[in-house]
Design a protein around this ligand. Structure first.
Ligand SMILES: Nc1ncnc2c1ncn2[C@@H]1O[C@H](COP(=O)(O)OP(=O)(O)O)[C@@H](O)[C@H]1O
Ligand SMILES: [Mg+2]
Length: 327
């Protein structure tokens, strides 16, 4: 399905009510989040999921739905999100189906929270393929950063994966809610503000050369240098977010999976890479990551998941390293 994320509008995909097409066989519920319910389904013989908006969720509001749609389609094109097969926007609710944004996409075996914190057999897979899992996760975040897509509701339940019998690891990021995502690459509709990306480029423009190692001398090189620093900071910020929420999720569910602190850190597929990254970064770049983590919306996400007292940048960096300093 080649819907262009740059140009698509809701009008392109709006239907009066959801009518389940014949070739779609909807099965059991696989997962639920604050805004959507996800059901297993067969679409044209393929294992897929159908994402259904929950009542009063963001994906029912047109203003939010169009951006979530664009971000999800772009992430699918980048092979960061699952391949999207079909989308529609139901203007009205029907007896069985609420109004809002619907998406049919490829089905993955589990989300990372289930793998790490619940399912012992899947945990084994995560341990055995730790290095590949880490690499696959980093590669998703690298591609988002290079695309100037800043996603900050990053947590294990928003990562889905499959590990093939041959040991290939495929990880994808899901859930591009409008309030937790920015994309400076959308060519057609500048109406969508990108305050975090703007802050980053403004800061580098204002005093990039002195403070952030963007060499003003080589004019033609300066832009590339600046672009490389923006990509680096975006990648590092998303790594810190995902590594810290993963450490916290493993800690928070310790009574369920019963792994001790050392095992929790060992199985964490993000904190080792995050620690190495932090150790290798220039102090002035770490300062920029801190500034992004302190911005209201990002801090809001950290407070929501880790609590007010654990949402500061010092603790966030400690969690990102796999250290469980929980107040
Ligand atoms: N493509 C997929 N394959 C397998 N499971 C999925 C897929 N997409 C979502 N899920 C499951 O559904 C849950 C909720 O989906 P999500 O898109 O995060 O909804 P919400 O916006 O409500 O958080 C996920 O945590 C995951 O367990
Ligand atoms: Mg979610």
């Amino acid at each position: 399905m080649d819907l262009d994320p740059h140009t698509i509008t809701l009008a392109d995909i709006t239907v009066p009510r959801t009518r389940i097409p014949e070739e779609l066989h909807v099965g059991r519920e696989l997962g639920k989040g604050a805004n959507n319910k996800v059901c297993a389904c067969e679409w044209e013989g393929e294992r897929c999921v159908m994402r259904v908006p929950r009542r009063r969720s963001d994906t029912q509001q047109r203003g939010s739905a169009v951006w979530e749609l664009r971000y999800t389609l772009r992430a699918s094109q980048l092979r960061v999100g699952p391949t999207v097969r079909r989308v529609w926007y139901a203007r009205h609710a029907s007896r069985d189906w609420p109004s809002g944004l619907y998406m049919i996409m490829d089905r993955y075996d589990d989300d990372l929270e289930t793998v790490l914190c619940e399912d012992h057999s899947a945990q084994q897979g995560a341990r055995e393929h730790h290095a590949l899992l880490e690499r696959a996760i980093c590669s998703c975040l690298e591609r988002l950063a290079a695309e100037r897509m800043f996603v900050f509701d990053l947590k294990p339940s928003n990562m889905v994966l499959r590990i093939s019998d041959a040991g290939e690891v495929d990880v994808r990021i899901i859930d591009y809610g409008r309030d937790f995502c920015e994309w400076a690459g959308c060519l057609t509709d500048p109406s969508r503000a990108t305050p975090h990306l703007d802050f980053l480029t403004r800061t580098l423009d204002a005093n990039g050369d002195a403070d952030y190692g963007v060499d003003a001398g080589a004019d033609d090189g300066a832009d590339d240098m600046r672009a490389a620093v923006v990509t680096h900071i975006l990648f590092a910020t998303m790594m810190m977010l995902l590594a810290s929420t993963t450490t916290f999720a493993l800690y928070d569910t310790r009574d369920r999976h019963r792994m001790d602190a050392e095992t929790r850190k060992r199985i964490n597929p993000v904190c080792h890479a995050a620690g190495r990254l932090l150790d290798s970064m220039q102090g002035r770049h770490v300062q920029l990551v801190r500034k992004l983590l302190r911005m209201d919306e990002v801090r809001g996400v950290l407070r929501h998941y880790h609590g007010r007292r654990n949402a500061g940048t010092h603790r966030t960096f400690e969690y990102a390293r796999g250290h469980e300093v929980v107040a």
